[in-house]
Design a protein around this ligand. Structure first.
Ligand SMILES: [Zn+2]
Length: 139
């Protein structure tokens, strides 16, 4: 019997293979009538108000494969994630996913820890100043 984890991995791999097989088709402009059944429709009014471009805006999104810029892992940037990025997060239409999920999570963690450490440092400095033992020199 297959484990849940293995099953998820297989689904992920199938999705990646499918996205890869379609990459040449959807790099070119494709009219809406020829969108695949699992394409996610784009909201052109949102895209037009977010982007200062009269270039081609997508009419729909399809899963796109990409290799992580940091660890080279192959991953799918799903149609749904693209819609969120361009229409909800207002990402520029010329930007695409560059980092895989685990690298993004690691980076988020790193930034959060750095912010935490910096806030902690500020707090300690403030306390030291209040106690009159700050590193503000007096001659
Ligand atoms: Zn990565």
């Amino acid at each position: 019997m297959k484990s849940e984890k293995q099953r998820r991995l297989e689904i992920k791999q199938r999705r990646l293979a499918r996205a890869k097989s379609m990459v040449n088709v959807y790099n070119a402009y494709v009219p809406l009538q020829k969108a695949p059944v699992d394409a996610v429709l784009a909201d052109l009014s949102i895209l037009e108000s977010n982007n200062n471009t009269y270039g081609s805006l997508p009419q729909f999104y399809v899963d796109r494969p990409f290799a992580c810029r940091k660890c080279a892992a192959e991953e799918v940037w799903t149609a749904k994630q693209q819609k969120w990025w361009y229409e909800v997060a207002h990402g520029d239409i010329n930007t695409i996913a560059v980092h895989c999920r685990s690298c993004r999570m690691a980076e988020r963690k790193r930034v959060e820890e750095a912010r935490h450490a910096s806030a902690e440092g500020m707090r300690k400095k403030q306390e030291a100043l209040l106690r009159g033992r700050g590193n503000v020199g007096t001659n």
